[in-house]
Design a protein around this ligand. Structure first.
Ligand code: ADP
Length: 190
């Protein structure tokens, strides 16, 4: 049900680059569910359970989104990161959010250049931490497409195809009816 709609979104993004301008993204998004959404802005401002940081292997801060997150979270974030012994490319580690409105920061280290398996792993490892820590809402920046130079469109395809796999698998017809009704309440399609 929702997978179908996500595939539709992916197809739209793939086939029509013009959609990656704000106005159209919002209208595309409004027609879809709220499991996956697009928002344009500064990730440090989001009041959400967790934000993902496109970090480097040292986890001690850098430029771009990493710098913005460390500036907004304050020095205690760096102090906690010091205890983590860095992070491998494609892996992810979690810390508190400190002065950020987000409760947690998930630091993941994207690949330098176009390495789809490593980028996919960033999303997967980050999502594992989301599950382990019972996090209900999470925001991802565009991992690796800044200083690390991953081509944006290719990275967006990896991102969207990795995170759309939220499938409530129902076996009984009875459950299908229950879920179809409740999905309209929790995730209404406008
Ligand atoms: P990387 O080293 O993984 O390429 P960068 O921080 O250089 O990471 O860029 C990753 C993405 O983060 C880019 O799309 C950049 O525009 C974006 N970005 C920079 N600052 C912010 C911010 N405050 N909030 C969200 N995204 C940001």
């Amino acid at each position: 049900y929702y997978l179908e709609k996500n595939e539709y979104l992916q197809k739209l993004l793939r086939n029509n680059e013009k959609l990656i301008s704000n106005a159209s993204v919002y209208s595309v998004n409004q027609n879809l569910n709220e499991l996956v959404s697009i928002w344009k802005g500064d990730i440090t401002q989001l009041e959400i359970d967790a934000v993902v940081n496109a970090a480097n292997k040292s986890l001690l801060g850098g430029g771009g989104v990493d710098g913005a997150i460390h500036r907004a979270a304050g020095p205690l974030l760096k102090a906690e990161c010091h205890t983590l012994n860095g992070c491998e490319t494609g892996d992810a580690k979690i810390t508190g959010g400190y002065k950020l409105p987000a409760k947690y920061v998930i630091h993941t280290v994207g690949p330098q250049g176009e390495k789809p398996d490593l980028l996919k792993s960033c999303y997967e490892k980050s999502l594992s931490l989301v599950l382990e820590n019972k996090i209900r809402s999470v925001a991802f920046p565009c991992i690796s497409t800044g200083v690390y130079g991953y081509p944006q469109k290719e990275a967006a395809n990896v991102a969207l195809s990795t995170v759309d796999r939220i499938i409530f698998t129902l076996f009984l017809e009875e459950d299908v009816i229950i879920y179809e009704t409740l999905m309209q309440v929790y995730f209404p399609v406008q």
